[in-house]
Design a binder for this molecule. Structure first.
Ligand SMILES: Nc1ncnc2c1ncn2[C@@H]1O[C@H](COP(=O)(O)OP(=O)(O)OP(=O)(O)O)[C@@H](O)[C@H]1O
Ligand SMILES: [Mg+2]
Length: 566
């Protein structure tokens, strides 16, 4: 560490004695920059030590302001007297003068004994300090602390002293700025890692859900057929029903997993947000316990939204269930809806939210709230704090909102309830909502082509289609499908087309099929959501999309719709 050079001034004539010493101190001041390294905290200590040496103080310190309680804390010190209290109330402290003064100028006090600090500052009394030179440390326009030296001698501070302390205070400010930048960088990296983590869990969840769906299609489809056909006697049906119920539970679980993985947006429509939320609430409010009061504050003038109704209902049900579970005795849940334009301040809070006008759906509860750790992990699939929780509700909410191009944020503190805010993009045109339900089962005749590679899925799909009265042609690959289309003599009424096949994708098969059979109606089937190839086939002209697994009733409804279309 560079020390100020020890020049013997006694040999110089009196008028020349200060000049070379001033030069030397300024030279030493510029030398300190060569001592600074890459660690801002260490640099702060070096700067404080240099302040003590260059300004020849008894003690030097950097006192930092604690934003939470306004007190000062000695963050770095040089030659601190034994027993010096590093932190504590800043009441009556001489550094208050430097830190809280609006002009951000240095403060030089030749004789502390003449100031009220002699009484009010315990450190001055205890350690016998007689003079003080302090400079505020200003970072991005805000005083964050002060650099000061204290001396046990009375002394007048010169312009050079002030020049030195202001230069060192500026260097401290630069180190503080570097620390802020490093903190911001760490925060951004953590956010990126969190996003990457969510993405990779989503891929895993999507893969599992897909496999589950295929297996469930086989299990539930066969159960439905057994129940319909009366193949077994009553004694066996008693055992079959629990299998059915367990399977239905798994359908719900996989739909939540799928919702998390890709948002599970099957089909959207533009709806009046006010009417939609009102109706959805009436459908899902049964998930609230009887001791929970539901209040609503829905602005009728809220912009329309483009949503997948089933998905948003799933979202509301999951949030209401959580709110209800968080209310232990009596309490209320308030659902509000309005247009919201996000301000710059709010954007800092809602990191990642797009600027501009949104439809804001908020669900606030008066329950027990959650700690910060829970709040930050709430959207992770399988994260739960409940004994029998699965940890999928909020994961599904996250996926659904993301898929709708929206943003979700949870505000909560222990003991203070929770507010879930969902920002959705407003849709420009409002259209009428869903059509009426179509009768589930109608007996039909005709021929269907099923393109599906998985044997068991083919079996159950075949049975479902036959149940509706169709004759079935099976194709286990794209080539087989095209061969049938080329060679089958009679008319083919519709095709159930899987998206992923061993030899080619459904999106490649579709145009070739249409070339051969231009009037063919095609229903795209997939365990995945309406994305990628499935969306491509629909865009190319296919009539409908069915997520696997589907029941006789669902296929029947879909067929009714496509045969109604011109
Ligand atoms: N409104 C709320 N108030 C307090 N804590 C909540 C609230 N909503 C969610 N949480 C916390 O977040 C966790 C995750 O919620 P999530 O809905 O994903 O799973 P879960 O409710 O535990 O299980 P399930 O899959 O059955 O919904 C909960 O276990 C709970 O600790
Ligand atoms: Mg839940």
């Amino acid at each position: 560490m560079t020390q100020p050079a020890d020049i013997n001034q006694d040999n110089l004539p009196p008028e020349e004695r200060r000049a070379p010493r001033i030069d030397q101190r300024i030279k030493n001041l510029s030398n300190i920059f060569s001592l600074l390294g890459s660690d801002p905290d260490q640099n702060i200590h070096i700067i404080v030590q240099q302040a003590c040496h260059l300004l020849e103080g008894s003690t030097a310190m950097y006192n930092r302001r604690d934003e939470r309680n306004g007190s000062l804390e000695c963050w770095a010190g040089c030659n601190l007297p034994a027993g010096y209290a590093a932190a504590g109330s800043s009441q009556g402290h001489v550094c208050n003068e430097t830190v809280f003064k609006a002009d951000q100028e240095p403060v030089a006090i030749e004789d502390l004994g003449q100031t009220p600090y002699a009484q009010s500052d315990p450190a001055i009394r205890r350690h016998g300090f007689k003079s003080y030179l302090g400079h505020p440390v200003v970072c991005k326009g805000k005083t964050v602390g002060s650099l000061c030296i204290l001396d046990t001698r009375q002394r007048a501070f010169t312009d050079v002293d002030i020049y030195i302390i202001s230069t060192l205070a500026r260097s401290l400010a630069l180190e503080e700025e570097r620390k802020l930048a490093e903190k911001e960088q760490l925060r951004l990296t953590a956010r990126l890692q969190q996003a990457q983590k969510m993405e990779s869990i989503a891929t895993l969840a999507g893969g599992i859900a897909h496999q589950f769906n295929n297996a469930l299609a086989v299990i539930l489809g066969n159960i439905e057929l057994i129940q319909m056909d009366g193949l077994v006697d009553q004694r066996l049906l008693r055992f079959i029903e629990p299998i059915n119920q367990a399977g239905q539970k798994m359908v719900h679980l996989t739909s939540q997993l799928l919702a998390y993985a890709r948002g599970g947006k099957f089909q959207t429509q533009v709806v009046s947000s006010h009417r939609f939320v009102k109706e959805a609430l009436s459908l899902v409010s049964h998930s609230l316990s009887s001791h929970v009061e539901l209040k609503t504050d829905l602005d009728e003038a809220t912009d329309p939204i483009e949503v997948d109704g089933t998905q948003i209902q799933m979202l509301l049900a999951a949030i209401l269930a959580n709110a209800s579970e968080a209310i232990e005795t009596k309490g209320s849940v308030t659902v509000s809806l309005r247009n919201a334009t996000v301000t710059a301040d709010e954007r800092a809070k809602y990191q990642g939210l797009k600027p501009g006008r949104h439809v804001l759906l908020q669900i606030a509860d008066t329950g027990k709230g959650m700690d910060e750790r829970t709040r930050t992990r709430i959207f992770e699939p399988f994260f739960t704090t409940k004994f029998q929780g699965r940890g999928l509700g909020m994961a599904a909410v996250y996926g659904i909102v993301k898929k709708h191009g929206g943003f979700v944020y949870v505000d909560s503190e222990l003991g203070r309830g929770a507010v879930v805010s969902i920002f959705l993009p407003g849709a420009l045109v409002a259209r009428e909502e869903a059509e009426k339900r179509i009768a589930a089962q109608t007996q039909r005749t005709g021929t269907a082509l099923i393109v599906e590679d998985e044997h068991l899925v083919m079996e159950v799909n075949r049975a479902i289609v036959e149940k509706l009265g169709y004759r079935v042609l099976e194709a286990k690959s794209g080539h087989e499908a095209l061969h049938i289309a080329r060679t089958y003599k009679g008319p083919i009424d519709f095709a159930l087309l899987d998206v992923i096949l061993p030899d080619m994708g459904g999106n490649q098969i579709y145009p070739k099929l249409m070339e051969l059979l231009p009037n063919l109606k095609v229903i795209v089937c997939s365990g995945f959501t309406l994305d990628g190839p499935a969306r491509e086939i629909l865009n190319a002209g296919a009539q409908a999309f069915l997520p696997k697994p589907f029941s006789v009733a669902v296929l029947s409804k879909s067929l009714d719709e496509i045969f109604k279309k011109p």
